[in-house]
Design a protein around this ligand. Structure first.
Ligand code: DGL
Length: 247
């Protein structure tokens, strides 16, 4: 089984990390639209247009499934991608909510969604959560987290100050959805701030979903991966080496 993983840039590597650990794919083709990142500040039509262009890229490969690691794409462009793609397309939002549902049984539990402006503005997490009976939902757009992660500031003063800045008026939730590719890299400091034990990571959620939905299992101890980027592919490969501990 061969997967195409699409993201606006390097962030989707957090999803790749989970996919590599799962051993469910023989091969992964990764494409990051590094020339046009960030998507999270763009509007719906632009995100749909860019996503359909990425789909054309993946049509050059014999992939069995396309995974949009980017939450902003998952928020706005899944329907359009599914309508145009010759292979199945899955985003990370439905899998994320299903993973949450498996962990949190009380529908009155307080859920905090963290995402980009596009993801939160789309209201998609909220709609899907409500369709599963959750009612106590709060969302925040901590936009500075994305550049902070890209700077590699996974801990320390800058991150701590920024966490306080965004969360100072937020009551401790029962569960947090890390609704942006970058946020799992600072999941631990966010968790330490709130002392919330349930955190939803898009990568782990999508693995859980794929295993169930497509009846996949851990078959491959080594997944071949090829990286493509619309700009500076060497930069992307360097980040991949770092974040994924590739040799
Ligand atoms: N990949 C984006 C997401 O998960 C974050 C970075 C961006 O804004 O492009 O929403």
């Amino acid at each position: 089984m061969k997967a195409g993983v699409f993201d606006s840039g390097v962030g989707g590597l957090t999803v790749v990390k989970s996919l590599l650990a799962s051993g469910i794919f023989e091969e992964i083709i990764y494409y990051g639209d590094t020339a046009r990142v960030p998507y999270g500040i763009k509007d719906k039509n632009t995100i749909i247009r860019y996503s359909l262009e990425a789909l054309e890229f993946f049509k050059n490969f014999d992939i069995d499934i396309m995974i949009t690691a980017c939450n902003s794409v998952s928020a706005y462009a899944i329907k359009e991608l599914q309508q145009s793609a010759p292979f199945p397309v899955t985003g990370v939002i439905n899998p994320g909510v299903l993973a949450l549902k498996n962990k949190i049984k009380d529908k009155d539990s307080s859920i905090l969604i963290l995402g980009t402006n596009a993801t939160i503005k789309s209201g998609k997490y909220e709609r899907v959560l409500k369709s599963h009976g959750f009612t106590n939902i709060n969302s925040i757009t901590p936009s500075l987290f994305v550049p902070i992660v890209e700077e590699g500031l996974f801990c320390g003063e800058v991150l701590d100050t920024t966490i306080k800045h965004y969360f100072k008026n937020t009551p401790t939730p029962d569960a947090i959805i890390l609704g942006c590719t970058h946020f799992p890299l600072i999941g631990k400091p966010i968790q330490d701030y709130f002392h919330t034990s349930t955190m939803i990571h898009s990568g782990d959620a999508v693995v859980e979903y794929l295993i169930k939905e497509y009846n996949l299992s851990k078959k491959y101890s080594d997944t071949a991966i090829t990286f493509f980027a619309s700009e500076n592919p060497d930069g992307l490969k360097k980040v991949a080496k770092n974040w994924l501990d590739l040799s």
